[in-house]
Design a protein around this ligand. Structure first.
Ligand code: FE
Length: 144
């Protein structure tokens, strides 16, 4: 299957996905989950980006602090999950990014621009997991 954002092949309840060069990673994963109807599952991946915006959640303020890094970086690890909120896929991604000097950045991944390749595996669960906003933590928590 081929779109402008990704190509993929399905293996039972698992999918191997190649995100297109120059695509925005979160948009591509969101589009993939919408198209395939995946409403619960996990995501792992590796790749390369030339810009990424990471978020750090401050429990004291219950707000995310965003920071953009515009440089070539290896996606040393992408780990996340798929759930549903307000009838749409909810993608929760964390990543470790490797810089040219081999140091690493890490955090919650908001957006990333692929520059090279990005290879993802999505493991789909049979069903859906919802989320709801939790006042105490300020986070969108799983809602079972
Ligand atoms: Fe997070």
């Amino acid at each position: 299957m081929k779109t402008t954002l990704y190509t993929y092949r399905r293996f039972g309840d698992r999918y191997v996905v190649s995100v297109a060069n120059h695509a925005e990673l979160s948009e591509a994963i969101m589009s993939f989950c919408t198209a395939t109807g995946i409403a619960a599952g996990s995501i792992t991946g590796i790749g390369a980006v030339n810009e990424a915006t990471l978020r750090f959640f401050d429990p004291a303020t219950k707000r995310y602090v965003d920071k953009t890094f515009a440089e070539q970086m290896e996606v040393a690890n992408l780990t996340g999950n798929v759930s549903q909120m307000n009838g749409r896929p909810y993608i929760h991604l964390h990543c470790v990014l490797g810089r040219a000097d081999y140091s690493a950045l890490a955090g919650h991944l908001l957006t990333a621009h692929i520059n090279g390749a990005c290879e993802i595996e999505v493991s789909a669960l049979d069903g859906s997991v919802g989320r709801r906003y939790d006042e105490e933590t300020g986070l969108n928590m799983y809602d079972f």
